[in-house]
Design a protein around this ligand. Structure first.
Ligand code: CA
Length: 356
């Protein structure tokens, strides 16, 4: 029994359950790591200690990118990371973190909770013996850090750009050499010239990693991760051993973690951006329309390649893509006239503040 194996005898006698949560994050990593730690604390507190969670940082129990397998085989009952680290298991995983030109944070939540997102995700993960819940969001990310300005598509050609996953595939079609590196290895690679450009998250995390010391240009239009969402994975057998009440506590704590992490990123990114610009002289830019358009076209090519190459049982990957596209088509007109119209309105140069 996977769930029983890790429960210490004295704990069982008192009806207490102790679980392990493996994560991809270095200990104390702001936002991602601290978010996972808060989630574990909340589950423990909300259950009055009946389900207590011990968090393991990257490498403590398993390597950073092996949480999926560790949860599937019961080494840990829980894992916290990003689903798109596991596109090697299924290309469908990407859609539950971020896909280029996909959902922003609020849209992703809408697809999961009031669309078919969660149902499709459950079906995708079932053969692996795990289930996933969203538990954290970074909000819109930045495209990344560059040593030189990007004025045209020509400027992208030949760049060695730390940009993982499907974004790497998009950029490769535009002549970029995509490079995959864990967060901790990005700065030395930029410094040595092993890479020319890099993306990580946004101002809050990027300031801490010091990329501004090597790259002067910081580009927005983070179309590649418009609302990157983190996941809580749970071993299915362990999940089934919980009472319905404890299952509800886990689900509610995960949902709260999504909103809480987003709040942290939003609150910290403004001051971090100001520090980058005012203290470190970083130049913030947006991609020229010609480049953005090409990135959109290539993102669509990657989407279609994934669709065409799907050989999964019952074509679950195709059905995820079809539903993702259908939901996107329905929600975009509302986002455009709702949030987007308001954000545009706030750009008008009227005075807004106290007169005294
Ligand atoms: Ca990123």
């Amino acid at each position: 029994m996977i769930a029983a194996r890790s429960i210490a005898a004295p704990a069982i006698s008192k009806g207490l359950i102790e679980w392990r949560m493996v994560t991809s994050w270095p200990k104390g990593l702001p936002g991602l790591g601290t978010g996972a730690e808060r989630l574990a604390e909340n589950i423990t507190a909300m259950s009055g200690g009946r389900l207590s969670i011990k968090v393991y940082s990257a490498g403590e129990l398993v390597p950073a990118l092996e949480c999926f397998g560790a949860v599937a085989n019961g080494t840990a009952q829980m894992g916290h990371d990003a689903a798109y680290y596991h596109t090697g298991k299924s290309e469908g995983c990407a859609f539950f973190t971020a896909f280029p030109f996909g959902f922003m944070a609020g849209e992703m939540d809408a697809w999961m909770k009031y669309g078919n997102g969660q149902t499709l995700w459950d079906e995708l993960y079932a053969p692996f013996g795990i289930r996933g819940f969203h538990a954290g969001s970074t909000g819109t990310q930045m495209l990344g850090w560059f040593k030189r300005e990007i004025r045209s598509l020509e400027d992208l050609k030949g760049l060695k750009f730390r940009s993982p996953g499907n974004q790497g595939r998009v950029l490769e079609k535009l002549g970029v050499t995509p490079v995959s590196l864990p967060g901790g290895e990005i700065f030395p690679a930029l410094q040595s010239g092993a890479i020319d450009a890099a993306e990580w998250v946004g101002p809050y995390n990027d300031l801490a990693l010091g990329f501004y010391q090597v790259c002067k240009y910081y580009y927005s239009h983070g179309y590649h991760e418009p609302g990157a969402t983190l996941q809580l994975m749970i071993n299915e057998q362990a999940w089934q051993s919980l009472t319905p009440e404890l299952q509800d506590i886990v689900k509610t704590a995960a949902s709260a973690a999504t909103r809480d992490m987003l709040a942290e990123y939003n609150a910290r990114s403004g001051p971090a951006l100001r520090t980058l610009v005012e203290k470190h002289g970083v130049l913030v830019r947006g991609l020229p329309e010609e480049v953005l358009m090409a990135c959109g076209e290539k993102s669509n090519e990657v989407l279609n390649e994934i669709y065409e190459s799907d050989t999964s049982p019952k074509h679950i990957v195709r059905r995820i893509i079809e539903d993702f596209l259908a939901f996107r088509k329905e929600i975009i007109p509302w986002t455009r006239i709702g949030e987007q119209a308001y954000v545009n309105a706030r750009r008008l140069p009227f005075a807004f503040g106290l007169k005294t």
